[in-house]
Design a protein around this ligand. Structure first.
Ligand SMILES: [Zn+2]
Length: 467
C-alpha cells in the first residue's frame, strides 16, 4: 500500500486491517484504488521516483535496519548536534538508491567533501561542499557499516543493510585512508529489484535458446566473462534460475550475495577467516550438489576444484576476467588448467558488455561517413542508412544516454572446438573456428548502432579493444 496524493493505492494482497491502519496514520479519509500487482508496482516505482524530487522527511522512506549496531557507538552519534549529519548521510544514500546507482563515493579532499554516484557505469556529481563536517560524515557512515571509528589509518570493510520504502537494499562499504581523510565507497546491491527476464537483458531468441540448452546440461563448466559491472552476475543468476528444478540441489558460493534466490542454498565467502572461493567450493561439494555457482574463478586452485567438480558430474557456473568468450580458454590455461581438462569440462562461455542506450528524447541521426561505414563492412554487416549520436537534454541529465543494453558473445563448445582446445590451438584460431564476425561483441555492438539503440562512439568505447 502507498499514498498517492489523497488516494491510497493497494495491490492484490492488501488487507482490511492494513487499510484501516493506513487511514489512521494519514488522519483523514482516503479514497482507495485497488490495482493488480503489475499496476501497483508501477505506481509504487513512480511514487519513489517523485519522492526523489520533493523534500520528504527522511524517516518516511529511510528506515535503518541496523539492530546489530553496538549501542555505545549509536549513542555517540545520535546526539542532537549530529542530527544534520545523519540527515545528510541519509539523503546521500537515498539519492543514490533512487537514482539506481551501483556505487556511492564519499571523498574528502582539500576543498571539503565530494560525493559522486555511479549510474549506468559513469560517475555523476551528487554533492561538493566546503561547509560540511567531513570527519563526522565519514564517522557516521563507518558507524552505520559497523566499522571501528577510532581506526582511521587502516582500510576497513563492512556493510549497511537498508530499507527504502519496503525495498531491501544491501550495501558493501569500504573505507580507505587518504591525505585529506578517509574515502568511503558504498557498493549498492538492490536485492529486491529481482532478476531481469532474459529477453530484458538484450539477448536474442537464439541466444536465449542456447542459454536454456546449457543450463540443462548434467555436468560441465559454463562461464560468464567481462569486466566488473558488465552484468555477469545477472547472467549467472539467470542461468541458475533456468537450472533450478526440484530434482536438482543448487548451491552457491558468492561474494557478495547479490540476489536472494528462493530454493537455492547461498553462501557468502569470507577470505579473512579462510572461506575463499576454493574452500567454499570444496565445502559445497560435500553438500551433494547438482549445480554449483562459484562467484568467480580468480586463481588456479579454484579453477582446479571447479574442473574436478565438473568431471565428477556437477554443473558449475562461474565468472572469469577475460576479454572475449574465446579468451576464457586462454585464461583457464594461464590459471594452470591443462588443455585436456579444459576440453573435457568447458561447455560454454558468455562474454558480455553493457552499452549505454541513447536517450530517445535528444539523439540525432546522420548518414554514416565513409570511415563509419567501413566499421560495418569490416564485420560483414550491411551499412545502415542512418546512425545516431548522443546529444544531451534535461531528460537524460545532459549525458545523451539513458539506461543500458547488454551485448553478448556466446560460445558453445562443440565437438570440433573441443578437439581444437585439446590440441592447444591459439586464441586467434579458436576465434575463427568458433565465431562468425557478426556474433562477436563488436558485431553485436554494431547491430545495436544500426538499430539506433546506441552510438558508434559508445560501441567503440566499450568493445573497440576487442578484435
Ligand atoms: Zn536526452
Amino acid at each position: 500500500m502507498a499514498l498517492d496524493g489523497n488516494t491510497l493505492i493497494a495491490g492484490p494482497g492488501a488487507s482490511l486491517t492494513g487499510l484501516r491502519e493506513a487511514r489512521r496514520r494519514a488522519g483523514r479519509v482516503l479514497a482507495v484504488s485497488e490495482l493488480d500487482q503489475q499496476a501497483f508496482e508501477a505506481a509504487l516505482a513512480r511514487l519513489y521516483q517523485s519522492g526523489a524530487e520533493e523534500a520528504a522527511p527522511d524517516d518516511l522512506l529511510f528506515d535503518l535496519e541496523g539492530s546489530a549496531r553496538p549501542v555505545r557507538e549509536r549513542d555517540l552519534l545520535d546526539e542532537a548536534e549530529d542530527a544534520p549529519v545523519i540527515q545528510l548521510v541519509n539523503q546521500l544514500l537515498r539519492r543514490a538508491v533512487l537514482a539506481g546507482a551501483s556505487d556511492l563515493h564519499i571523498e574528502p579532499y582539500e576543498g571539503g567533501l565530494r560525493a559522486r554516484m555511479r549510474v549506468d557505469g559513469f560517475l555523476q556529481p551528487v554533492l561538493d561542499r566546503a561547509d560540511v563536517p567531513v570527519k563526522r560524515i565519514v564517522s557516521r557512515l563507518k558507524v552505520m557499516a559497523g566499522l571501528d571509528i577510532a581506526e582511521t589509518r587502516l582500510p576497513q570493510d563492512g556493510r549497511i543493510p537498508l530499507r527504502l520504502g519496503g525495498r531491501q537494499i544491501d550495501t558493501r562499504v569500504s573505507s580507505l585512508p587518504g591525505n585529506y581523510g578517509e574515502r568511503v565507497v558504498l557498493r549498492i546491491l538492490d536485492r529486491s529489484t529481482g532478476l531481469m527476464p532474459l529477453d530484458g537483458l538484450g539477448l536474442s531468441r537464439d541466444q536465449i535458446t542456447l542459454l536454456e540448452r546449457l543450463s540443462k546440461l548434467p555436468n560441465g563448466i559454463i562461464l560468464a566473462t567481462g569486466p566488473t559491472g558488465s552484468g555477469k552476475t545477472t547472467t549467472l543468476y539467470s542461468l541458475l534460475k533456468l537450472a533450478n528444478r526440484d530434482e536438482r540441489n543448487i548451491v552457491t558460493v558468492e561474494d557478495p550475495i547479490e540476489y536472494d534466490l528462493p530454493g537455492v542454498s547461498q553462501s557468502q565467502i569470507n577470505a579473512e577467516i579462510g572461506m575463499t572461493f576454493a574452500a567454499g567450493l570444496r565445502a559445497t561439494l560435500r553438500q551433494d550438489p547438482d549445480v554449483i555457482l562459484v562467484g568467480e574463478i580468480r586463481d588456479g586452485e579454484t579453477a582446479g576444484v571447479a574442473a574436478q567438480a565438473a568431471l565428477t558430474g556437477h554443473l558449475v557456473f562461474s565468472s572469469l576476467h577475460a576479454n572475449g568468450s574465446v579468451g576464457a580458454v586462454v585464461r583457464l590455461r594461464d590459471l594452470g588448467l591443462d588443455n585436456f581438462l579444459i576440453a573435457a569440462t568447458l561447455r560454454g562461455v558468455v562474454a558480455q558488455r553493457l552499452l549505454r542506450r541513447l536517450c530517445p528524447g535528444c539523439r540525432t541521426a546522420h548518414a554514416p561517413t565513409p570511415s563509419e561505414a567501413a566499421c560495418f563492412d569490416k564485420h560483414n554487416l550491411p551499412v545502415p542508412p542512418r546512425i545516431h549520436d548522443a546529444v544531451g537534454c534535461t531528460a537524460c541529465n545532459q549525458t545523451g544516454y539513458s539506461g543500458r543494453v547488454g551485448i553478448f558473445e556466446m560460445l558453445e563448445v562443440t565437438e570440433a572446438l573441443r578437439d581444437a582446445i585439446d590440441r592447444g590451438v591459439s586464441e586467434t584460431e579458436l576465434r575463427h573456428m568458433a565465431l562468425d564476425l557478426r556474433e562477436t561483441l563488436v558485431g553485436q555492438g554494431l547491430a545495436q548502432v544500426a538499430a539506433g539503440h546506441t552510438s558508434l562512439a559508445e560501441t567503440l568505447r566499450v568493445v573497440g579493444d576487442v578484435a
